[in-house]
Design a protein around this ligand. Structure first.
Ligand code: NAD
Length: 356
């Protein structure tokens, strides 16, 4: 076996093994690649779920770094490996500092490291807050599509929590063919609600936008409900708010009390992942001592192994899988590399001869 530094950008895939060049991809580059490609990205995310569903992935539990002196903050490591045509390993390292928002900067910041399948060498570092928001929104749009089949397609959407993730979810719903007559918005911060309304109006939506004072009005007036808050524990518990059996995208995972889930059809992205970290599904498991309230994964629904019954609310609770970040990140990397736009860090891997 020889180890020489590859002169070309990107990982070598054939023998002899070579050390790949190391590239850095900025948020601007990421955004330019992903812009306008919502349909393609949703298909990519569906393919990643399918690979994960058949076991062609390694996706251990996320690691949560928390701090005694900054209790609302956390940094999460999402290591993963995905096979199929994507064939890459890596880790997303994503910070959530909710206090940032008051200072006018985004809550979340992230990098994604991609590792070469054959040598293990990291070959790219990508700005990943956009990748993270994109894969989250793509998975939400995918779930909205599959979980609304067999019931009237929602025309009234409601957003509870009106930050960056809500914006990306709207972008992906609109970019994959959804249009709404009514858009309801509620946020504890009047400024966030107003900012999101401004975004919606600029987006050219035909729907009538209404800002509500409470979650109840949004839920009652929507047949597709999106939770994208930063709530740490449930604050929605009244079953009568869900009497019209809406489809709920429970992206922020901790908004709904156990009784709401127990009265609904529950779909997750990955059972073991989702029943952790005091998410609402995790609270149900702690309360009932059972996982029987779960109907299956989104992959089960896409594969036809699980059918979503009519006559109950449907709740999608995605924990967020590292394999999705890898899929979107590798897509961005391949696009930037094939355009010849990678910023290669010369001499990044330097000590390459074992004995000098
Ligand atoms: N499941 C996943 O895969 C996944 C991926 C990425 C982000 N997320 C989650 O999405 C959520 C939103 O992220 P973001 O970047 O948009 O955050 P953000 O801080 O930009 O926006 C969150 C908004 O929620 C509002 N809010 C907080 N509590 C509320 C409540 N009880 N009712 C109404 N509004 C409330 C805040 O005022 C804020 O405007 C976070 O909880 C994040 O962890 C989930």
């Amino acid at each position: 076996m020889t180890t020489t530094q590859s002169t070309s950008a990107g990982p070598a895939v054939s023998d002899p093994l070579t050390v790949p060049a190391f590239g850095v991809i900025s948020g601007g580059q990421v955004q330019r690649v992903l812009e306008g490609r919502e349909v393609e990205i949703v298909e990519l995310v569906a393919a990643a779920y399918r690979l994960h569903g058949v076991g062609d992935s390694v996706n251990p539990p996320s690691y949560f770094l928390r701090f005694p002196d900054r209790v609302s903050a956390r940094i999460i490591a999402l290591p993963a490996s995905v096979g199929g045509p994507i064939r890459v390993d890596g880790v997303k390292w994503v910070s959530s500092f909710p206090e940032n928002v008051a200072a006018g900067i985004p809550r979340a910041s992230a990098v994604l490291i991609l590792n070469d399948h054959d040598t293990g060498y990291p070959f790219a570092c990508l700005e990943a807050s956009i990748i993270s928001a994109t894969r989250t929104a793509a998975s939400a749009a995918l779930a909205a599509d599959w979980l609304s089949r067999g019931r009237p397609r929602p025309t009234r959407v409601g957003f509870i929590g009106a930050g960056l993730i809500a914006r990306y979810i709207h972008l992906f719903l609109a970019g994959t063919g959804w249009s709404f007559d009514e858009i309801g918005v509620h946020d504890l911060s009047a400024g966030s609600a107003a900012g999101f309304r401004g975004y919606l109006e600029q987006s050219g939506t035909a729907g009538r936008v209404t800002v509500y004072d409470g979650a109840e009005e949004v839920i009652r007036s929507s047949d597709l409900v999106v939770f994208a808050t930063v709530a740490a524990q449930p604050y929605v518990s009244d079953l009568s708010w869900f009497a019209h059996d809406p489809l709920v995208l429970h992206i922020s995972l901790r908004d709904l009390a156990p009784q709401v889930l127990l009265a609904s059809t529950n779909v997750v992205d990955d059972v073991d992942h989702c029943l952790k970290a005091n998410t609402s599904p995790h609270l149900v498991e702690q309360l009932t001592g059972s996982r029987d309230f779960l109907d299956g994964t989104l992959d089960d629904v896409m594969a036809g192994r699980v059918t979503v019954p009519a006559g109950r609310p449907v709740i999608f609770s995605p924990f967020g899988l590292g394999v999705l970040d890898l899929a979107v990140g590798k897509y961005v990397y391949d696009t930037v590399a094939s355009a010849g736009d990678l910023h290669i860090i010369d001499d990044f891997f330097h000590e390459l001869r074992r004995h000098g």
